[in-house]
Write a protein of this length. Sequence first.
Length: 255
Amino acid sequence: HSFLAGVRCLHQYRDFLNRKDEINVDLNADKMKKYQGQLEKSDFVSEADALNMFFDLSLNANQSNIVANEEELVSTAKEMGFPLVLKTAVEDVYHKSELSGVYLNIDTEEKLRSSYKELQEKLPGNALLAKMVQSEGVEMIVGMTTDQQLGPMVTIGFGGYYAEAMNDAITLMPPFSKEMAKNALSKLKMKTLLEGYRGSKPADLDAFAEFASRFSVIAVELSNQVCEIDLNPVILGNDNCIAVDALISLHQQNK
């Protein structure tokens, strides 16, 4: 078995070298260096920092702000404009919605203040404020894990609440091209949901494949600092694709 696994790895590596030239993703080397340095020194990455980093690296992610008090909350909301989403930004709280730490579709200052007060009673501490992404579309997942033999691996598939229940995803060795991502999507069991199901418009598979390919390049670049990335959900609409949640685990967190 180990011999066959070794041969398979060599074949995968050969394919990986062959396709490196096909991948057409430009990354800003200075920005990448900056984030590699920051992550090297960090022992925790907040969701807001993760989303803003991906946005800065030209991956379509929902920009977020951390607020420490009600005054900051209101002034930040005025700058961003309604509707907004408010979440807890307390460290080590990973399943925010299960702890009632997420408030959606906040469209007035009054609602914002009352949601914030409620949140502080349950989970006191920093809060995250982001633009509300209209969630018409399919919830997808794009993630990176680290395999001890193969290094970084990228998984793409159906996400949101159903990610674990349905387990309909495909794992690829990064980096990979847009075409490879599109080809992987066609192998998903529930791909009909992406093709326009029961009168809904078909999802923008090109946008998602481009997003996944770009993510795969970023994941490789950050793989010395980061052992796991979870973008879930990535909302895939009929003309766009945007990550609304992000979780990053660092190698040094697991030491």
